[in-house]
Design a binder for this molecule. Structure first.
Ligand SMILES: [Cu+2]
Length: 401
């Protein structure tokens, strides 16, 4: 970083810090994994959402998302803007219930078979549309107002099924391979972000995707991943460009809101009066990085990380650079180069469990066009995602997810 950049950064810290001290949050809510809400907590949240819908707020937010679409996707306003947008939605919810918090969907955990997720059931947000319209779950019977009156539409991308999303391992890898906002953002946007929008389909695959409450669950999870990445030494990392091609810094204004980008960078201060449950709590000793998804019941919490550390050194160096040192601490590099194809993660029963990784869903042409993504970059990212699957499978890694 040059001197001007450094001075700018220090200044920005000072300004953001000052604002934080002046306007601390009086009430910080915790955003939780949607599957951990009790039936009572779910009902309370659903009641708030129903009232927001009755008062026209879903239409209001869909309108903003639609209008700003090109300013907030395919460029580096993506993360700070969606954080601000979700907080706006949450603040409106808190007019009805001061404890309202947007939950997140730990969707990586369901990446192998998204359509089978317990989140997509009548007890939660409901499932696929019937002739388009969603007829169960949270939004059953709702008439969405934007862009015109219609039922909430979903249409899974494989008929009754969905293509696989991205594995927790792949996202974990990406989060340690990119140390700049531009690279991190682009890779998340080309992979997990798009695959969930496209997998669910219907309203979720449009410019007004926030009609579907899944939008908020999904973006809360992406925001949680960003928060986790920030805590890995990138708290104030903001670079890249906006829609017009101008560079973005902490003092740049957010589209629609006008607030400084820097005001979104830290949770628990300014207007960002929320935190994520569990973030930062799963840290192994001697290794500050942990997978960000909760493993399925009965499968060791740290088994996936321990197994990743046993990957051959060249694989670690390319895909998990942050694990190289802790892996070396476990065993000499040569001994760590296990290629035993029967090695698997063990369940509490000692039974061999674990899955081969599968190829994730690529973005569709229509989606790439709608976002004006660089087609070559998207193709390169897809190639990388498939190579990752091949390399880990060949090295004998088996996933607990
Ligand atoms: Cu969006």
């Amino acid at each position: 970083m040059n001197v001007a950049g450094f001075v700018g950064l220090v200044l920005a810290h000072f300004i953001v810090g000052l604002t934080a001290a002046q306007s601390g949050c009086s009430h910080v809510v915790t955003r939780r994994d949607i599957m951990t809400l009790s039936p009572q907590e779910w009902d309370q949240m659903a009641g708030v959402l129903q009232r927001m819908q009755n008062d026209g707020w879903f239409g209001y937010f869909a309108d903003i998302h639609n209008r700003e679409f090109n300013n907030i996707h395919g460029n580096d306003n993506f993360f700070p803007w969606h954080r601000r947008f979700l907080r706006d939605f949450e603040e409106v919810g808190q007019r009805y219930d001061p404890d309202f918090a947007v939950p997140f969907w730990d969707e990586l955990r369901d990446s192998r078979n998204p359509a089978g997720s317990p989140v997509l059931t009548d007890r939660r947000v409901g499932g696929n549309g019937f002739g388009g319209c969603v007829r169960d779950g949270l939004q059953q019977g709702w008439t969405m107002s934007f862009p015109g009156p219609h039922c909430l539409v979903r249409g899974y991308d494989r008929g009754g099924q969905m293509q696989s999303w991205y594995s927790p391992e792949f996202v974990f890898s990406m989060m340690q391979r990119y140390n700049d906002m531009h690279g991190f953002r682009e890779n998340i946007e080309f992979t997990l972000h798009g695959s969930v929008h496209l997998g669910v389909g219907g309203d979720m695959a449009t410019l007004y995707s926030s009609n579907d409450f899944i939008f908020f669950l999904h973006h809360a999870n992406l925001d949680r991943l960003w928060d986790q990445w920030q805590s890995w030494g990138h708290q104030w990392t903001m670079d890249g460009r906006n829609h017009a091609g101008n560079s973005i810094g902490l003092n740049s204004g957010l589209p629609h809101y006008g607030d400084a980008v820097g005001s979104t960078m830290q949770l628990g201060v300014n207007r960002m009066c929320f935190r994520y449950a569990g973030t930062g709590s799963r840290r192994k000793s001697g290794n500050s990085l942990a997978l960000v998804s909760t493993p399925p019941p009965g499968r060791g919490a740290t088994s996936a990380e321990a197994d990743l550390e046993k990957l051959p050194l060249p694989v670690l160096q390319k895909w998990f650079p942050a694990l190289v040192n802790s892996a070396r601490g476990n065993a000499p590099a040569g001994a760590a180069a296990g290629t035993n194809t029967t090695r698997s993660t063990s369940g509490s029963s000692g039974r061999l469990v674990g899955h081969f990784l599968v190829y994730p869903a690529p973005l569709t042409d229509a989606w790439v066009g709608m976002h004006r993504f660089d087609r070559n970059k998207v193709a390169k990212t897809m190639e990388e995602a498939r190579e990752f699957v091949d390399v880990l499978n060949r090295a004998g890694y088996r996933s607990p997810y």
